[in-house]
Ligand binder design. Sequence first.
Ligand SMILES: [Zn+2]
Ligand SMILES: [Zn+2]
Length: 292
Amino acid sequence: MSGPGAAAAAVGLRLTVVGCSGSYPGPDSAASCYLVEAPDGQGGTTRVVLDLGSGSIGPLQLHLDPRDLDAVLLSHLHADHCLDLMGLYVMQRHHPDGPTGRRVPVWGPAATAARLARGYDLTEPDAMSAELDVQQWQAGQAVTVGSLQVTPFEVRHPVEAYAVRVVWTDPSGVEHVLVYSGDTDTCDGLDQAAAGADLLLCEAAFVEGRDEARGIHLTGRRAGEVAVRAGVGRLLLTHVPAWNPPGAAETEAREVFTGPLTAAAPGQVHQVDAPGDHAPLPARPAGPGNRA
Ligand SMILES: [Zn+2]
Ligand SMILES: [Zn+2]
């Protein structure tokens, strides 16, 4: 298939932020969607997305034809993480070029097929089975997608939810590890998933002193604490809702995590296998409209 995805094979393990707004799309970002690419060992590229949340299939097309994805890996079934599978379903079913002849694999929680059908107002739970090959995560059981080993870890959110550990082994046998928290509060599953990761892509939706509820989200501080406990190389904060004060998550996380730390932004590219690819951002200057 032609399109932006037909570019040269990926070099190393690369993460591109497609959308990173927490809970709903913001004015300058779609909701959660992260493109992960790595050489497939045969001259091509393995391409998956972590989540396909509201608004994200638009900017995803800047990077590839979504029908070419090797898999969609869902952390959970909240709208801001899965609902743009509706767009992929439409492309698969109704594209004027005709069917591609392959179903796009979708990994997710137990109720994924029925949830997606409901999202499009279809009544049969397997109504999208000609377009999407939906499979269920089993906590702790790795699945192989192209050159990637992907392991879900159950985490702490009001619905069935997973952190996802993605491992790519380079030609010299060295493993490179990207971990995505999904939505979660502090829990053992997240610590286990994140252990020793080169890059931890971690949600920080809540704000210390404002959001007292537990069992739903991390604050920037709690994300930083996970990064410290897990001994990760770099921390990339994400899933910050547009209603949060700018910079608050980074400020909180820096109080506990002294390693490289960045806030996710749409279009950002992180080379997971290149240490120090992203140095810590300089402190934000104080000023009107820029209070952390
Ligand atoms: Zn969310
Ligand atoms: Zn959620």
